[in-house]
Write a protein that binds this ligand. Sequence first.
Ligand SMILES: Cc1cc2nc3c(=O)[nH]c(=O)nc-3n(C[C@H](O)[C@H](O)[C@H](O)COP(=O)(O)OP(=O)(O)OC[C@H]3O[C@@H](n4cnc5c(N)ncnc54)[C@H](O)[C@@H]3O)c2cc1C
Length: 445
Amino acid sequence: METRANQHRVVVIGGGFGGLATVRGLRDADADVLLVDRVNHHLFQPLLYQVATALLPPGDIAPALRAVLRDQKNARVLLGEVTGVDAQAREVKVALPDGSFRLVGYDTLVVAAGSTDSYFGHDEWQKVAPPMKSLAHAVHLRSQLLRAFEVAAVTEDPEERRRWLTFAIVGAGPTGVELAGQIADMTRRTLRGQFRDLDPTQVRIVLLDAAPSVLPPFDEPTRAHTRRSLERLGVEVRLDEMVADISEDGVVTKPMQAGDDAPSRHVPARNVIWAAGVKAAPLAAELARATGVETDRKGRIVVRPNCTLPGHPEIFAVGDMINLNDLPGMAEPALQEGHYVAKVIRARLAGRYAPKRFRYLNLGSMATISPSDAVADIGKLHLRGTIGKIAWALVHIAFLVEWRNRIAVLVEWFWFLATGRRAQRIILEPVHHPGSVEGDTRASA
Ligand SMILES: Cc1cc2nc3c(=O)[nH]c(=O)nc-3n(C[C@H](O)[C@H](O)[C@H](O)COP(=O)(O)OP(=O)(O)OC[C@H]3O[C@@H](n4cnc5c(N)ncnc54)[C@H](O)[C@@H]3O)c2cc1C
């Protein structure tokens, strides 16, 4: 489809679950659709932890946006970060990869910029407790986890060795649970025979949360099952404990219910991973400034029932960055909102009746614990163990974008189940010391 001078211009910011669903839903619309993203791929975040634990290669969960949209003639892709919105002029300002800026005009704007990590006012913790939100984070975490075992293998001081073999995960939601289970499995099955003196009992995995249970959105028997399964894998589950400090030496926690003078507890650990709070992407604040709309305490835009911004029927927002009936920050609401917004835009362009409010169909929640155990709460159906794992695997394969990735992930999973091996054990950064041949030119002079 060729772009005409007077064609309706739809600009979609963000090629994640919500943004991509909107663009694809506009495939037959008489509109010029421009998708702007600061990364060149669509990231399937639910499988990020499998990249971080060396099971899947990054490309299997992150197809290029240009490849995904190759057959959609009315859609174009622009790699760039949106840094400003001018709601009066109907323009967004985009920082381009060559370092320049471009003003991009729109008739309809859809903002789907997602969320970012929240360190609850302690941004300094990010240096020692990295998050796992992007592909870059997951690849970095993979190096960090694998390196910890290598450092432990050459460390003679038993205390220090134990610190390198301690993995403290902050946040017992699905991401924390999944990471804890995978690290436990990696230790027991993948690495055991390969580090000749690695004793799995020396590895300590601590899962911390201020909440009184793991997986808070799930029903009580599912939570109890998850906790028991994690403990069977050797994970130490510590709940009702609030993180008071994180440093290179580990995590300090305080009991939730006790007063300020309650004694704190220290988990000595060289590996701390942040899997706790999230807040709206920074673009939400810019959008709120440009339009004068309200945000909630997580920085999310409070949208109207049809996902538009109050006073701006031409601007929609979807996904993790909005508050619409306080729906959870999950893939399914973002996807459904994206489909709905595309429907409204198509109806407006065709002069048809547009559905007045978004209705969410709750399809349930899932989380995986180990290679043979997952939990799924789907309405009244509560699946656990192997049957839960099968349901989990089917849903994740179905939701992955591109057939190539579905097949590649299935092959990796079968190979892993059969052998326990992880094919992606790459530490990207080489060992490097200032006095080494490469690091110090004097050494080779
Ligand atoms: C580790 C992890 C595991 C998860 N597991 C699950 C799960 O098992 N089940 C589930 O339902 N949900 C899960 N989620 C949550 C789910 O991934 C999100 O709810 C979903 O991705 C939200 O979709 P979205 O479109 O709002 O944002 P995203 O999918 O995050 O997409 C946002 C896009 O906007 C782009 N962007 C942001 N700012 C700008 C800007 N200024 N300019 C240009 N582009 C920009 C980003 O690059 C990104 O591509 C998980 C999340 C994480 C991090």
